[in-house]
Design a protein around this ligand. Structure first.
Ligand SMILES: NC(=O)c1ccc[n+]([C@@H]2O[C@H](COP(=O)([O-])OP(=O)(O)OC[C@H]3O[C@@H](n4cnc5c(N)ncnc54)[C@H](O)[C@@H]3O)[C@@H](O)[C@H]2O)c1
Length: 161
């Protein structure tokens, strides 16, 4: 599948240090870009031009065409997803994959044939391939590699890099 600027709907799931700059950069090429976060307080702040991570200034937030939302219905018809939710460790220093699984369930519930899902969250080898992929397939009923494509991109945007 190829994305065409101006037509395809693109969504970034999780608008923290990593997700917000990615969403802003994408919105410059894909006007139909959605920035989704489960935290409505974060969405409210971004809509008011305040980024608590201090990655993006208020003028850039005022100027962007990016649509900030916590509403899953606004993600319907998205064909390209980037997932940048946190992957904290628990008290036993084991990775807590629940945000990643919840985000995958959410995407799976609206995933359409021909879509691409790229994970940007930091995970140990096999998580994208097994846990994320299986969750997307289980919820959507779609087959990876046939109905949708899966990617992994473990780098954040680094200014000047
Ligand atoms: N910070 C970095 O420099 C960096 C660099 C490379 C990779 N990473 C990885 O990227 C991932 C995100 O890191 P971050 O620093 O942006 O985290 P963050 O805590 O700054 O932001 C994560 C955002 O995701 C939201 N979120 C949580 N669960 C969600 C869900 N189910 N659906 C939608 N939104 C959800 C949170 O509300 C929050 O706004 C982590 O796995 C991290 O390890 C971080």
């Amino acid at each position: 599948m190829e994305l065409s600027c101006g037509q395809d709907k693109v969504a970034v799931i999780g608008l923290g240090y990593v997700g917000l700059p990615v969403a802003l950069a994408l919105s410059k090429h894909y006007p139909n870009t959605i920035g989704f976060d489960i935290n409505p307080h974060r969405i409210d702040e971004l809509n008011r031009g305040y980024d608590r991570t201090q990655e993006i200034d208020s003028q850039a937030l005022a100027d962007t065409s990016l649509h900030f939302t916590a509403e899953i219905t606004h993600l319907v018809d998205t064909s390209f997803f980037i997932v940048a939710v946190p992957t904290p460790i628990d008290k036993n220093r084991r990775p807590d994959l629940s945000p990643l699984i919840k985000a995958s369930e959410l995407i799976g519930s609206i995933l359409q044939p021909g879509s691409i899902v790229v994970y940007e969250s930091t995970v140990y080898p096999g998580v994208t391939d097994d846990i994320c992929s299986n969750t997307l397939s289980r919820i959507s009923g779609l087959k990876r590699g046939i109905d949708f494509k899966l990617g992994y991109s473990p780098e954040r945007i680094s200014t000047g890099d």
